[in-house]
Write a new protein. Structure first.
Length: 177
């Protein structure tokens, strides 16, 4: 596999990860908005407090989706560390998401239901970019061995001579443990 082929494989993996992250995020967003609007409808809580409650519920739903769907193939050896980092970065995302809503509500006085949902959506979008980067970089790390094996395999494929010698190399590689 040449460099372009290796790049294509990496981009394909990233695209699949983005799609899976987006699917879990979409479910979390529906939960977030559902809880947010439900709490606003049945209680007299201030808009940002209702949003924080909704965000916390969505964070719990998202963890399950990320661990068992999006990043199910990632390192599972340090669950306590993983959960701690997930919660830490999720809280940062919560502050980003609800900071946008807070600024719109209390800074500009935009506190109608439509405006609140619009700025909550904007906050979720900004926080999602941060969460995607932080979760894939720090929380759900790729197993180092898998990356090393993939790199070694691509190196071996690049080094293979053309023609009959290639078949002989494959037999030699397959025989070695």
């Amino acid at each position: 596999m040449n460099e372009r082929g290796a790049l294509r494989v990496r981009l394909d993996r990233l695209a699949r990860e983005v799609v899976k992250f987006g699917a879990v995020g979409a479910v979390g967003t529906v939960v977030n908005f559902g809880v947010f609007n439900f709490v606003r409808h049945v209680s007299d809580l201030q808009v940002v407090r209702a949003s924080v409650i909704a965000t916390v519920v969505a964070i719990a739903v998202n963890y399950v989706g990320f661990r068992y769907f999006t990043y199910k193939d990632r390192d599972k050896s340090g669950r306590t560390k993983e959960l701690t980092l997930f919660l830490l970065f999720s809280v940062v995302g919560l502050v980003i998401e609800n900071g946008v809503l807070y600024a719109a509500t209390y800074g500009f006085g935009w506190d109608g239901r439509l405006e609140s949902n619009l700025f909550k959506f904007l906050g979720i979008g900004i926080a999602t970019c941060f969460r995607f980067w932080s979760y894939r970089t720090w929380v759900f790390k790729t197993l180092p061995a898998r990356e090393a094996v993939a790199h070694a395999e691509s190196f071996l494929e690049d080094a293979e001579p053309p023609g009959p010698a290639r078949a002989e190399n494959r037999r030699t590689v397959q025989r070695t443990p």
